[in-house]
Design a protein. Structure first.
Ligand code: ADP
Ligand code: MN
Length: 335
């Protein structure tokens, strides 16, 4: 694991609290978190491997400071200053941090993409866990009433979509990503235009993601989401306000290349392309997976209020959202 002093601000978060960090080459995603979230990662790896497959790889925890007087935010700022890395403005976060000095170290789901398009879909009709305070329950119930959580069991918490080289315009950042902040899913998306919202994520003509490519992306996401649905239907858990994190290659040219690479017939018959026949086979598999350009990934994230709950049956609250998103992807995937 990296030392706390080697971390930099993570600028690709599309939702959630402030204070997320990553290591210098962007392979790791480091998030201040509560102990129940750490416990859920550990329990899942231990006892629920088929679900853990859809969690970001958990690499451990990090104590960001022993000094209770220095916040993670202050430490983060100091770390960034020390490395003199410019800090682009990300207007999508809440500006709030959680009070903790523990952080989970996860695989960065957006690593390895040329232009990662990212969508955070927050799951649930009910958004609060049993231990929430009365005012939080009221606040979250209002969010449910006012958004797609009510009828569909999810809302779009945030997304970023590459618009092509040199794209400029409203809500487009300096790298050409259109930023849909938390207000988008709160106030602009409703049950009658929600398919359109997903279209905005998956299809971007100006970035070279045309109908054909977009349909393939929707189908790929649907395949993974169907598997996630099956796993959740077969297990007993409660996850309040967890998210589906969708990432795919937002550069149409790079996406097309990655897809062509992946569909090349495997030379050694086990799905891996051989580059150097002299390499040891174990190494070969690892390196090949690392080097193949990324197409897409779908993960479940944000387990601050998640538990395995034997005896309680499947999590219909989260499954409502999963099934709704699956329905939308099925629709978008029709050529
Ligand atoms: P919070 O409790 O602050 O909502 P989340 O776990 O939802 O924390 O993470 C906040 C944001 O950070 C997500 O919306 C997503 O954009 C990004 N994020 C979370 N986990 C990862 C990961 N493993 N890799 C890349 N980005 C991530
Ligand atoms: Mn979140």
């Amino acid at each position: 694991l990296p030392a706390a002093a080697d971390l930099v601000d993570y600028n690709y978060a599309v939702a959630g609290h402030d204070g997320v960090l990553c290591d210098a080459d962007g392979e790791l995603f480091i998030k201040p978190c509560t102990l129940p979230e750490v416990a859920f990662y550990e329990a899942s790896i231990q006892d629920h491997p088929d679900f853990a497959e859809y969690m970001p790889t958990f690499l451990g925890t990090l104590e960001l400071s022993d000094n209770q007087n220095v916040s993670i935010e202050e430490q983060g700022a100091a770390l960034i200053a020390k490395r003199s890395i410019p800090e682009p403005v990300v207007p999508t976060k809440t500006g709030k941090r959680i009070a903790t000095n523990t952080a989970v170290v996860l695989e960065n789901a957006a690593h390895g993409f040329v232009r990662p398009n990212i969508l955070d879909v927050k799951l649930g009709v009910r958004l609060w866990a049993d231990d929430a305070h009365q005012d939080k329950k009221k606040r979250f119930d209002l969010v449910t009433q006012e958004t797609t959580h009510k009828d569909l069991g999810f809302r779009i918490a945030g997304m970023r979509v590459w618009q092509g080289e040199g794209a400029v315009g409203a809500d487009i950042d300096q790298d050409g990503y259109k930023i849909y902040n938390k207000d988008y899913g709160r106030f602009s998306v409703n049950t009658s235009n929600v398919n359109e919202a997903f279209r905005n994520f998956i299809f971007a003509e100006s970035a070279g993601i045309d109908e054909e490519l977009g349909c393939l992306v929707a189908q790929a996401f649907l395949a993974d989401l169907t598997r996630i649905q099956e796993v959740l239907e077969g297990q007993e858990s409660r996850m309040f306000s967890a998210s589906l994190l969708f990432v795919f290659e937002g550069d149409g040219t790079a996406l097309r290349c990655a897809m062509e690479d992946a569909s090349k017939p495997a030379i050694n018959g086990n799905g891996h392309h051989i580059v150097d026949e002299d390499e040891e086979e174990a190494d070969e598999d690892d390196e090949e997976e690392e080097n193949l350009p990324k197409i897409y990934t779908l993960k479940v994230i944000d387990f601050a209020h998640a538990q395995w709950t034997p005896g309680m049956g499947p999590d219909e609250n989260a499954l409502t959202g999963v099934r709704s998103v699956a329905r939308i992807l099925r629709d978008l995937g029709k050529a």
